[in-house]
Design a protein around this ligand. Sequence first.
Ligand code: NDP
Length: 450
Amino acid sequence: MSDYDFDYFVIGGGSGGVRSARIAAGHGARVGLAEGKYYGGTCVNVGCVPKKLFTYAADFSHAFEDAQGFGWDAVHPAFDWNILLKNKNTEIARLNDIYKNLLDNAGVKRFDDYASLIDPHTLDVGGQKITAEKILIATGGTPRRPDFDGAEHVHISDEAFYLKDFPKSVVIQGGGYIAVEFARIFHGLGADVTLLYRGKYILKHFDQDIGPFLQNEMTKQGITILTETDITKIEKTEKGYSVDLTNGETLKTGLVFSAIGRTPNTESLALEQAGVKTDKAGRITVNENYQTNFDHIYAVGDVTPTAQLTPVALAEGHVLADRLFNKQKDRAVDYTYIPTAVFSSPPCATTGLTEQQAREKGLEIEVYKTDFKPMIHTLSGRDERTLMKLIVNKADNKVIGAHMIGKDVPEMMQGVAVAMNAGATKADFDRTIGIHPTSAEEFVTMRSAV
Ligand code: NDP
């Protein structure tokens, strides 16, 4: 046992920190964890979980409409934002408690306070000096605020989860995950939505077919998308906001929502004082062992330059604890095929290389693609299409990319990712029997490369 107060002290009670702390404690380490805000981090409080609950709420609007083609009477639904907010908050409070219990039951000593570094082995935790042999920084990130004139009027995602009043109209800045998901939420719950994206097609980092296809689907549903357009200025008016755009237009709206990426939470850590290095974007630099420039100070999750996804932070925190306290030196996170989904309408999901990435790598590829009206919409009457795409490496026939837009695709993509991680070839997909009638069976029936 070391002379330090703790063998392992974790700063941050989000996905990566909580997982790492409780696994380390399970391996017998004396573990402390400091969290000054809420347990569960962004994902549980102002991210994945409340977003998904809001998305379920928004999905009902389509369900009510689509039901009529199946013989149901028209319903004239009324939506109450306050009920959704209250029920969501109750659920989040329940999850906060679960996270605390997970730590307590694992024997982790919780400090419900912020922590900063005094020196490489000493922390200030709410005014208390604590020493630790090993330290993990897992403080996550926070939405970046824009800096145009009147940017103080903008709402970021943290705030949108607690809006007092539901707006009649929303202008959204950004074309990434959060902007697109909130466009779906606000629109589905009844607001008029205008999405402003500075580039040509939203979801720029996804496969080249995803952005244009999704943009078309969102537009058909009634979301206005202005591309190559951004905000220059916002003014508060009596009824809402006046938003000046780069194209010379001015929009009047009830709410301006901005989602232009996230910045790491490092400000309050006093990293410079301890000498922990960050990159240009302010993210903590780590090596393949998650070590910072100090061998005993580690960092995982969104505070580092890794993929900003909850399951990635969980995997990193877990592997690190196993390596440090269970002698599992060979444990590693496999970053090759990370599946991810955007909960748009229809949702999209992806694993592996995009067509453009595969070509940039100089790979000879075959592209399999299909685009069809899903069965449900033959009767619902909704003009919505599904897109599926596989990228295959010609050299070894392996499926190296899978991309899809359509109902339920986030549920489908998880299984496809398992197959890809296991090294499945296109021939393996082809000899797999489909489940009929589903959209998913198209993944095993695409026969001709385009
Ligand atoms: P993203 O990186 O996904 O998207 C940021 C968007 O903002 C891009 O369209 C970008 O344009 C645009 N942008 C960036 N800077 C500016 C600027 N100065 N002015 C105007 N537009 C700008 O970030 P998000 O904030 O949407 O999400 C942050 C991260 O959180 C995601 O990357 C993802 O990892 C994670 N997340 C995951 C979710 C999921 O798994 N479903 C859901 C929500 C978030 P351009 O493309 O041209 O650079």
